[in-house]
Write a protein that binds this ligand. Structure first.
Ligand code: AR6
Length: 185
């Protein structure tokens, strides 16, 4: 199966970047990011998979968070997941592109990275936020995901590894193509 891995120096620090096809619930990074909705009370797609794998304690914990606005992020324990933490962020629903969708998707990556950094986490895994049920155009979403998260990585004190975990081959190929354009480290 195709995958991209690279050790690079960003902002004077050595970091590890990976993109591969898989199920993010199996990822062993310190935090995995959930593409949630504003209620934070579960749903379909990757959100449903994360809640199933983490167990009912996750939903109980999320009930105390009072939701999360689009573009923002909140952190919870991972409960039964391999990842110790889940960062729940809410991507924008695509409504044609003139409703701040690009800016809000960028905020999801920015705020998830900031949260991981303030918690001193060393590794984080992202799914393709908004690229499923929320229907964000895929190539535009991949550009935002990679540009914003790598830019934040350069400014992070703690994060040394980003894993992009993509569910299908098409998405995996788009990430690998975009990351390969970064050139050799
Ligand atoms: N691991 C990694 N990626 C996955 C997994 C998985 N286990 N399952 C799906 N994906 P989506 P959104 C991919 O729909 O578009 C929920 O109901 C999927 O193929 O999960 O942000 C929430 O509660 C796609 O590429 O999230 C919200 O209501 C990507 O993850 C709404 O969906 C995101 O697809 C959020 O929609």
């Amino acid at each position: 199966m195709a995958e991209y891995t690279s050790n690079r120096v960003i902002g004077n620090r050595e970091v590890f970047i990976r993109a591969h096809q898989g199920d993010i619930t199996h990822t062993d990074t310190h935090a995995i990011v959930n593409a949630a909705n504003e209620s934070l009370l579960g749903g379909g797609g990757v959100d449903g998979a994360i809640h199933r794998a983490a167990g009912p304690e996750l939903l109980e914990y999320c009930r105390g968070l009072n939701g999360c606005p689009t573009g923002q992020a909140k952190i919870t324990p991972g409960f039964k997941l391999k990842a110790k933490w889940v960062i729940h962020t809410v991507g924008p629903i695509w409504k044609g592109g003139n409703n701040r969708e690009h800016e809000l998707l960028a905020s999801c990556y920015e705020n998830s990275m900031k949260l991981a950094d303030t918690q001193s986490l060393e590794s984080i895994a992202f799914p393709a936020i908004s690229c499923g049920i929320y229907k964000f155009p895929k190539t535009e979403a991949v550009d935002i995901a990679i540009n914003v998260s790598l830019n934040m990585l350069g400014n992070s004190d703690s994060i040394r590894r980003i894993d992009y975990v993509l569910f299908d081959e098409e998405m995996t190929d788009l990430y690998i193509e975009k990351l390969s354009l970064l050139g050799d480290p």
